[in-house]
Design a protein around this ligand. Structure first.
Ligand SMILES: Cc1cc2nc3c(=O)[nH]c(=O)nc-3n(C[C@H](O)[C@H](O)[C@H](O)COP(=O)(O)OP(=O)(O)OC[C@H]3O[C@@H](n4cnc5c(N)ncnc54)[C@H](O)[C@@H]3O)c2cc1C
Length: 264
């Protein structure tokens, strides 16, 4: 996987829900030197092409204490997968997974049995960091497209960018983006010092994704009807921005996580 020759997917969300990690029902029952896995996952990015699945499974009792992380090879007997019907995302490799009596060696356990929640949380931190960077890059793209168009387009005898209300849209996008990048810089610095500021990372994900939503909306407004024609980057970002607010911990769940971490 590290050499880029094999693919891996992070399989957490189940048909019964993704936010409430403690309610997951995919089980891995230990029988001798194997776990026997039964259950299903859905909406998993990369599921259709993955060679391996880093999978959240229930090895113990109910709640977060009974979860473990298991590496499951997708070519094991009993693993089936397919596309999620009607999924509106360009990542066509997103899919569902079904496990029917899949035998997985105990040596595939990642971390400590029944302490998988800690691993899950740390994996989510990594996912959030990379998601935040991608999110802010998309916001930058929106701003760049809006500026380029506003410099060219003429309305009422002058360039769009020469209309004050258009300039305000653009500088407000830049203002929000710069604030999010400044927040990101601080967290990168804190992580590089060995800290794990979970609450701030949760808040930054909310900040970055809502900044993206704002920039997608406003840049699309600058482009006007043009945004709906041809292969347009802003239109695509606008359409897909919502998933970044939901995946990897939704806005509501992350605000709540931050509140709990702060002891509120
Ligand atoms: C394109 C795409 C890619 C994805 N990739 C992956 C992947 O690679 N791996 C993976 O495991 N999952 C993946 N997911 C799933 C994603 O992580 C979940 O959609 C997300 O965690 C939310 O879970 P849910 O959809 O089941 O919503 P639910 O948990 O059913 O929640 C529905 C809504 O209610 C809100 N909500 C829930 N509980 C509370 C509460 N206590 N208080 C307030 N509000 C609440 C949520 O924020 C959400 O807005 C992907 C989803 C999509 C659409």
């Amino acid at each position: 996987v590290l050499a880029g020759e094999k693919k891996i997917a992070f399989a957490v969300t189940e048909p019964g829900g993704g936010s409430d990690v403690s309610a997951f029902t995919t089980t891995a029952e230990r029988k001798g030197d194997v776990f026997v896995v039964n259950g299903g996952k859905t909406l998993i990015s990369g599921a259709l092409k993955a060679d391996f699945l880093l999978t959240a499974v229930r090895t113990g009792g109910p709640g977060m204490g009974g979860l473990s992380m298991l590496l499951i090879e997708t070519d094991r007997p009993g693993v089936s997968r397919g596309p999620v019907p009607g999924l509106q995302w360009y990542n066509r490799n997103n899919g569902w997974l079904q496990f029917d009596n899949v035998e997985v060696p105990v040596s595939n356990l990642i971390g400590v049995e029944n302490r998988g929640f800690a691993g899950l949380a740390s994996q989510f931190n990594i996912e959030r960091f990379s998601g935040i960077s991608a999110t802010l890059a998309m916001a930058r793209t929106c701003i760049a497209e809006a500026i380029a168009f506003a410099r060219e387009r003429q309305t009422f005898g002058k360039r769009l960018i020469d209309h004050q209300s258009m300039r305000h849209k653009i500088v407000e996008m830049i203002q929000r983006l710069k604030a999010a990048y400044a927040f990101l810089d601080i967290l990168v610095w804190r992580f590089s010092r060995g800290e794990t500021p979970v609450a701030d990372l949760a808040l930054l994900k909310v900040q970055a994704t809502t900044t993206l939503e704002h920039c997608a909306r406003e840049s699309l407004q600058v482009l006007g009807g043009r945004a709906y024609t041809g292969d347009n980057r802003v239109e695509r970002i606008y359409r897909e921005a919502r998933i970044f607010v939901i995946g990897g911990g939704s806005e509501e769940i992350l605000r709540d996580l931050a509140a709990k971490q702060m002891g509120l």
